[in-house]
Design a protein around this ligand. Sequence first.
Ligand SMILES: C[S@@+](CC[C@H](N)C(=O)[O-])C[C@H]1O[C@@H](n2cnc3c(N)ncnc32)[C@H](O)[C@@H]1O
Length: 283
Amino acid sequence: MQTAQSLTSISGLPRLEARMLLEMVLGKPREWLLAHDTDLIAPDAAAQFLTLAAQRRQGTPMAHLVGHREFMGHRLRVSADVLIPRPETELLVEMALQSLDDSAVRFLPGTASGNGAGCSLLDLGTGSGAVAISVALARPSVRVVATDLSQTALVLAQKNAQQLEARIQFWRGNWYEALPPEGRFDVIVSNPPYIALNDPHLSQGDLRFEPVGALTDGADGLTALRHIISGAPQHLTAGGWLWLEHGYEQGEEVTQLLLKAGFNAVQTKQDLAGLPRITGGSL
Ligand SMILES: C[S@@+](CC[C@H](N)C(=O)[O-])C[C@H]1O[C@@H](n2cnc3c(N)ncnc32)[C@H](O)[C@@H]1O
């Protein structure tokens, strides 16, 4: 019989990944595992662990094996139907919150901090719901609407919203076409598919296991960004903000598209790796 320690060392995985899989198989928290490192593990649990370890060695993302990923401190369920939320997308949430608070101050002059009160946000291509849910939980008084083309993504996003008690309206459809006719938004955010079809990254790492429609536009990587930017003026309030995540080499192109569409205060923010990742502007 094996112990947690011996299973970890024969798994061929980094220690942290092996521990996460053991925690899941044994249904025990990290602290228990650390204190019982040399306990014998039941053969069926050990076999289950070794199967998962083999899948991981073949490249299956950790998030698919454990079924969830942390984003903005929230545990989101993920599956092969959605993009695995990335840490750099947290910056998109931060910019959205800042813009909502600024908009609320415009509505309620004299208040020190807007807290997004009375404002609305649209998340286009919500995937697991990561961005919309994080905003809805951080600013419960904001009306949050989220869309996706993928029905299976929307089902998962709805489950995540329900589980985390986030109030969000979900609509299915092609970008703005998903929305009912009435209403404009104070902030629109999107992390659209922006990888060019010929980008070799598509056949590397976690990307091999994620839905192709979440990753690439099937063309030069800018199709969805162009569409979202050109349609935004018809869906934003005066002074409203549009924030977009993009590839680290697309900052200048997105800036030009925003300026051409009439946006002001256009600015690009860098992600944790110091790469241009989020660009936005106000109307
Ligand atoms: C890069 S993923 C982003 C998912 C999530 N917002 C996140 O940041 O983790 C892009 C999302 O856009 C959706 N999408 C792709 N084409 C779309 C379209 N034409 N209309 C609406 N959503 C679309 C995909 O299904 C996918 O969920």
